[in-house]
Design a protein around this ligand. Structure first.
Ligand SMILES: [Zn+2]
Ligand SMILES: [Zn+2]
Length: 140
């Protein structure tokens, strides 16, 4: 069954319809060139739930998606959230906002020493079956 993630506060779609796969974290990459992208924990078209809370986002539960599957996500307006070596290390808390309502919805991790992932906050998004035809504003 395909699942699409929506913003919990405004119902905006935040991902394409995705298929779940088991959580399988990548080994930490080292020695890459600056400005290069790391491997993604989940392939395009899939998502996985990290069973462990993600510390940098305030020990939040997170869903991990491929950054290419993100929809209506925009960088945080607070530049203090956007630190990293050459891109985003995601260590300063949520750095992605819902482009419709401005709520904090996720963390982009895309630095030269990290994997290349987007983590959607369990507290800020709703996984919905189908991913199309569901009406926003129906709550959870
Ligand atoms: Zn770098
Ligand atoms: Zn929203």
């Amino acid at each position: 069954m395909l699942i699409a993630f929506r913003c919990r506060s405004c119902g905006a779609p935040l991902s394409k319809p995705l298929e779940e796969r088991a959580w399988q974290p990548l080994p930490r990459a080292r020695g890459r060139e600056h400005h290069s992208y790391g491997p993604s924990t989940v392939r395009v078209g899939f998502f996985a739930r990290d069973p462990d809370p993600y510390g940098p986002a305030g020990s939040a539960g997170t869903w991990v998606i491929n950054p290419l599957d993100g929809v209506l996500l925009r960088p945080h307006t607070d530049s203090a959230r956007l630190h990293g070596c050459c891109r985003r290390d995601g260590l300063d808390g949520p750095n992605l906002l819902c482009a419709r309502c401005g709520g904090e919805v996720g963390v982009e991790i895309s630095d030269c020493w990290t994997e290349y992932d987007v983590r959607l906050l369990d507290s800020a998004v709703v996984p919905e079956p189908g991913g199309s035809g569901a009406s926003p504003g129906e709550g959870r």
